[in-house]
Design a protein around this ligand. Structure first.
Ligand SMILES: Cc1cc2nc3c(=O)[nH]c(=O)nc-3n(C[C@H](O)[C@H](O)[C@H](O)COP(=O)(O)O)c2cc1C
Length: 188
């Protein structure tokens, strides 16, 4: 394809639209929608989330050094968007969205019942980068919806049904059908 050069842009796309839960020291939980997230290590399992210091959630995660990355299904797109356009500073996003908080196994912030995957994380490092600070998190527990497992214990992506986000046009997207599998191109 012939390309057009534009300003340096974060056009890695699509990315997950994750719902990150955090909690203040008094036990009041909050939800923030995060698109700047990614896997950074497989062993130990680690991911990153990048948050602007102006977000209410930033202070909570910095103080408690714990968060949960929840993957919303496309069905809860409106709630995911809502958590990205309102601040939990003065509002209860669980009450506003009707999402259900469920106790986590190893960290204080809750999991979100309506999300198909939840990864409990402990912050190992906070890296100031620019307008975002990156929180590196070690995943200390992972939860996957029961109904996503088939009889052989394989995970069915149709049930995980993750909500994606495209920074290029700020649209939410669904995943399409599988097109191949890891290494399938080796097979004749
Ligand atoms: C799709 C989407 C993705 C977002 N991704 C990020 C992100 O990666 N980092 C960030 O700091 N804010 C991000 N935001 C903005 C926050 O979610 C938003 O400012 C939110 O209201 C902050 O909530 P809080 O004040 O309760 O922490 C995103 C918003 C949307 C709608």
């Amino acid at each position: 394809m012939k390309k057009r050069s534009i300003n340096p842009s974060t056009y890695l796309t699509p990315v997950p639209a994750a719902l990150v839960t955090c909690q203040d020291k008094g036990g009041r939980p909050n939800i923030i929608t995060i698109a700047w997230t990614g896997v950074v290590c497989s062993e130990p399992p680690m991911l990153s989330i990048s948050i602007r210091p102006s977000r209410y959630s930033y202070r909570l995660i910095k103080e408690t050094r714990e968060f949960v990355v929840n993957i919303p299904t496309v069905d809860i797109i409106r709630m995911a968007d809502h958590c990205g356009i309102t601040s939990g500073k003065n509002t209860d996003k669980f009450a506003e969205t009707g999402l259900t908080a469920v106790s986590a196994e190893k960290v204080s912030p809750p999991l979100i019942a309506e999300c198909s995957v939840s990864m409990e994380c402990r912050v190992t490092e906070i890296v100031p980068l620019g307008i975002h600070d990156m929180f590196l998190g070690e995943i200390v527990a992972t939860h996957v919806a029961d109904e996503a497992f088939d009889a052989e214990g394989n995970i069915r992506m149709e049930i995980i049904n993750p909500l994606g986000y495209s920074p290029m046009d700020r649209s939410y997207r669904a995943m399409g059908d599988p097109l191949g599998w890891y290494g399938y191109s080796r097979k004749k």
